[in-house]
Design a protein around this ligand. Structure first.
Ligand SMILES: Nc1ncnc2c1ncn2[C@@H]1O[C@H](COP(=O)(O)OP(=O)(O)OP(=O)(O)O)[C@@H](O)[C@H]1O
Length: 460
């Protein structure tokens, strides 16, 4: 076992015996790279190429694992690095083999024109407390399946981290090849629904509605694509497994019709879920060991990581993208918030009816300086009432809201207030009312409708 730490480190080689892994934590400002010198090794299911250096992204915590033995070389500074032979990898790969057999059975059933249910591959949901290795296990199961030619669908319900697009979203995307060690989950074809907050307790009903929308859309896609249907889904979930969090997990199992529940590292949760679904014999609830290598991340780290995920959306993981700055008039866009939770006033209701909060109500919001530094989603919706069921085309980040910059250009002058001071000002100036934002691509926004959020990112 070898340890390391912060200061300059010379390139060093590790000879790994079969089924051993080298665990490395990369510093926030990296850089660190790895090279396979001999044998074969993989990072969370994706093989290291036989030649050349592979950069390991800053802040990442990885395990370089070998099935048959390998020598690897590290170059750069790390926060820590050590080897271990205590890994649950054999159990994980056996789980993959069972899922794979189910995929093959589903494909065969589809070829024989059997009943629709038989042609459905495994719908796997991975659950467990925070830092139990859920996202990592999902990556491995997806990459191993893709390596064998399947195109499983990755569904990410973890709005706290957002591994497909940004936090605050629930998303799904087909995985066509092992997940790239540097670029992560491919961004080309995600199906994304915007919740807008990193915590489902802010509006659990909206979270449930969005899960339902996503599940229905995937069902439609599967009905026309027997290969995707046979490959099935791997669903990642939040680490919140108590109270409302547990209720939402049950809801997710039901909504996505999961038939395999993999429970990581918590006996109590496994028992609770097993009891909860005992009347459904088609659901297998399986307990798996958590890897000792999983790194614990405190709330401050998670908050920082959320900001980095937002930054990466606009600037790229390697900081190699250049977002485009744009300006729109307030009158060119309409911003909505989903689910204010406000109750309709009694006066607006029929006599005797009690006001009930509508958690999925759409509320138009005024553009204000409070929006600076927040993320707004751009849905494909053309009408406001389509917003909740619409997936999003992308996101913009508000960099400035200009409400009161005066100009002496007197066109389009509108003043609601008729007091002497305003009337005087109105005769000289008009308010510009412009919103400035960055977007990943140049050009006009694909929709005039925007969805507000509580997600913020402060450009350094
Ligand atoms: N064997 C390992 N060696 C080193 N690092 C690991 C190992 N397994 C997982 N990690 C790292 O530990 C961290 C936490 O793992 P992961 O994100 O999979 O947990 P999680 O249960 O999904 O977390 P969350 O609570 O955010 O949902 C990640 O940075 C991951 O890369």
């Amino acid at each position: 076992m070898a340890a390391a730490g912060g200061s300059a480190q010379a390139p060093r080689q590790y000879k790994l015996a079969p089924q051993r892994e080298l665990r490395v934590e990369v510093l926030p400002d990296g850089p660190l790279r790895v090279r396979l010198v001999a044998g074969t090794a993989e990072i969370f299911g994706t093989e290291l190429p036989p030649e050349g250096w592979v950069p390991v992204p800053p802040r990442s915590k990885v395990a370089i694992f070998t099935w048959h033995g390998a020598t690897v070389e590290l170059d750069g500074v790390s926060e820590s690095e050590y080897t271990s032979d205590e890994t649950p990898m054999v159990i994980y790969v056996n789980t993959h083999a069972i899922l794979d057999a189910r995929r093959s059975r589903a494909r065969a059933a589809a070829a024989q024109g059997g009943v629709l249910e038989a042609s459905q591959g495994p719908r796997v949901i991975v659950v467990g407390p925070t830092d139990s290795g859920k996202s990592t296990l999902c990556k491995m199961l997806l990459s191993w399946a893709a390596k064998q030619g399947w195109k499983p669908t990755y569904v990410d319900l973890d709005i706290g981290q957002g591994s497909i697009t940004i936090p605050g979203c629930i998303s799904a995307t087909p995985i066509e090849k092992p997940i790239d060690i540097v670029d992560g989950i491919p961004l080309e074809m995600p199906l994304t629904y915007f919740y807008g907050h990193p915590n489902p307790s802010i509006n659990p009903d909206v979270y449930k509605v969005l899960m339902k929308e996503l599940a229905q859309t995937l069902d439609k896609q599967f009905s026309g694509n027997s290969e995707s249907r046979a490959a099935g889904m791997i669903i990642n979930t939040m680490g919140w497994v108590e109270g409302l969090g547990y209720e939402l997990l049950l809801n997710a199992i039901e909504t996505f019709e999961a038939n395999v529940v993999l429970v990581l590292g918590q006996e109590k949760l496994w028992k609770m879920l097993k009891d909860a679904v005992q009347s459904k014999p088609n659901i297998d609830v399986v307990k798996l060991h958590k890897s000792e290598g999983v790194v614990l991340r405190n709330p401050k780290y998670r908050q920082k990581n959320r900001s980095f995920r937002i930054k990466e959306y606009f600037y790229g993981i390697a900081n190699d993208l250049a977002p485009h700055s744009n300006v729109v008039n307030f009158s060119d866009v309409s911003v909505y918030k989903i689910g204010s939770g406000h109750q309709a006033p009694r006066s607006a209701l029929p006599i005797g009816a009690e006001p009930v909060a509508d958690p999925t109500r759409l509320v138009a919001v005024n553009i204000s300086t409070d929006m600076v530094h927040t993320v707004l989603a751009v849905p494909y919706a053309k009408e406001p009432d389509e917003i909740i069921s619409s997936n999003v085309a992308g996101f913009i980040h508000v960099t400035d809201v200009d409400i009161q910059r005066y100009t002496n250009n007197q066109e389009n002058l509108t003043f609601a207030c008729l007091c002497i001071r305003c009337t005087y000002l109105a005769s000289m100036f008009h308010f510009r009312k412009k919103l400035t934002y960055i977007a990943p691509c140049p050009g006009d926004l694909p929709s005039k409708l925007l969805i507000a959020s509580s997600l913020t990112w402060y450009e350094a």
